[in-house]
Design a protein around this ligand. Structure first.
Ligand SMILES: Nc1ncnc2c1ncn2[C@@H]1O[C@H](COP(=O)(O)OP(=O)(O)OP(=O)(O)O)[C@@H](O)[C@H]1O
Ligand SMILES: [Mg+2]
Length: 479
């Protein structure tokens, strides 16, 4: 496969000149007319190089470079500069651009830049830089496990990757559902094509349909042009529908049709569009239960439940707590250039004993923090969960809570022996929200859980309260 190059320039002549030059040398090119479109494109597919003009409307070349470096979207960014933007080009180099081309440039200049990036001839295969990067760009983390059940699941995942069957990945928050979904994509014949993820819980209900299926110009007020939905964007690739349990019922019916017919109807569209997209769905709620409650369509449930992969929580795979702690210690020490250090015996006992409601994500946060804070050759308990405000180890929760988010005024949680864990958790969550003035993102960060987890808990508390209120009400009626 020849290297792919994304060209962003607002001048049509420059775009076509670059395309002619690059394609005659065997590169595959995609052209866009501004920085924002370039960013969208780079998020969708892997580009071995992005060549961008410096001055563009909207997002300019420097801002684009910054985003690409920040999100690790492409390994090579080359800026095209005109007279007067050379200073900016120098700062671009400092920001990690591969090179810059000064306008007007000769073919030889372009070739020099290309050969820097792709030293190896690529006629007989993908160049080295690309392969390494491909996995990094997709944030394809190694999946580390010593647990037999988890290994079995990974084995199954690799086997079913070769088919086009819909896969349902379930498990608590932070157990690695997305990682497993990416593994399936990577191991499939679709690996070189896009992997697109949509979090159904994060998109407002009224926008989810057009987000997934796209829309035609004029379909609704504000639809000034047609747009592809995620199903189309993931063409020949894989679409991950995250948090499928949160999808509104009306849309569930439409999704079922898409899965059965393999075609999508854009909002306001007159003809269905055939699609070749593999679908993986994940959820951390009990879909079977949601079916019973009438919140999830039974037919859709059976349709997506062809191959369920249920990831066990971390507390049920104690061996992984140790294996993953080691792995994260090594990873984060390497990342900050410290010699590798591991957990002390007490800290190891502590992590083994802890419940890890946020699963691997929470453990990873705790270790990352432990590595950063530790001053000796071992990571101690207080490095993992040190609470700067209290200058002591908190007795409940708080693992992975970054020190800087702990600030006054201080809200405390009093718990008495005899309190249930659920009650204690609720108290801590409410007190944390009080401390953050109701800011959920901040509270979730302090608690070491995702915003979604927090929201689900709050929903549950509200439902409990409503149930209690109506019970009280009916009791009043009887007296
Ligand atoms: N077995 C594993 N090996 C290495 N890293 C892991 C493993 N499992 C999870 N992680 C890491 O933990 C974090 C959470 O994983 P992931 O996003 O896949 O979880 P999730 O189940 O999708 O969570 P959520 O329900 O909150 O979306 C990621 O940073 C991921 O890289
Ligand atoms: Mg996820």
């Amino acid at each position: 496969m020849p290297p792919r190059i994304l060209v962003a320039d607002d001048e049509p002549q420059m775009r076509s000149a670059l395309r002619a030059a690059l394609e005659s040398s065997g590169y595959e090119t995609t052209l866009v007319s501004d920085g924002r479109k370039a960013l969208q494109e780079a998020e969708k597919r892997i580009y071995d190089m992005v060549i961008t003009d410096m001055k563009m409307p909207g997002l300019d070349g420097l801002a684009l470079l910054e985003r690409i470096r920040q999100d690790n979207l492409s390994p090579n960014v080359v800026l095209i500069t005109a007279y007067g933007t050379i200073d900016a080009a120098v700062s671009a180099m400092k920001m990690g651009a591969l090179d810059f081309l000064r306008k007007p440039f000769a073919m030889a200049d372009l070739e020099a830049v290309l050969s820097r990036a792709f030293e190896e001839p690529f006629a007989d295969g993908t160049p080295e830089t690309h392969q390494v990067f491909a996995s990094r760009q997709q944030e394809f983390r190694e999946i580390v496990t010593s647990n037999p059940t988890f290994k079995e699941i990974l084995y199954l995942a690799k086997r079913i990757a070769l088919s086009d069957l819909t896969v349902l990945v379930t498990g608590e928050s932070g157990t690695g559902k997305e990682l497993v979904a990416r593994l399936i994509h990577q191991e499939s014949r679709r690996a070189r094509n896009p992997f697109v993820a949509v979090n159904c819980a994060a998109v407002p209900d009224n926008l989810l349909e057009s987000e997934l299926f796209g829309y035609e110009k004029g379909a609704f007020t504000g639809a000034n042009s047609s747009r592809q939905g995620k199903f189309e964007l993931a063409a020949s690739g894989t679409l991950l529908l995250d948090e499928i349990g949160e999808m509104p019922l009306a849309l569930q019916a439409k999704l079922l049709r898409v899965l059965q017919e393999r075609e999508v109807d854009r909002v306001g569209g007159r003809f269905p569009i055939p699609i070749d997209t593999r679908v993986i769905v994940t959820t951390n709620c009990n879909l079977g239960k949601r079916v019973e409650e009438g919140k999830f369509r039974e037919d859709l449930f059976y349709r997506i439940n062809v191959i369920p992969l249920d990831l066990p929580p971390l507390r049920e795979r104690k061996e992984d707590i140790i294996t993953l702690s080691h792995y994260f210690c090594e990873m984060y020490c390497r990342e900050i250039g410290k010699p590798t250090k591991y957990l002390s015996e007490e800290a190891a006992a502590f992590v083994l004993d802890y419940d890890w409601p946020g699963n691997v994500r929470e453990l990873e946060n705790a270790i990352q923090r432990g590595v950063a804070l530790s001053t000796s050759d071992r990571i101690e308990i207080y490095d993992l969960i040190w609470d700067a405000r209290k200058k002591r180890i908190p007795t409940i929760g708080g693992v992975g809570r970054p020190a800087e988010t702990v600030s006054s005024p201080k809200h405390k949680v009093e718990v008495e022996v005899g309190t249930s864990l659920a009650e204690m958790e609720k108290k801590l969550i409410l007190a944390t929200l009080e401390q953050t003035n109701g800011k959920r993102a901040k509270a979730a960060e302090m608690l070491g859980v995702t915003v979604r987890t927090l929201r689900n808990k709050l929903k549950l508390y509200r439902a409990e309260k409503d149930a209690q209120d109506s019970k009280d009400e009916s009791q009043k009626d009887h007296t």
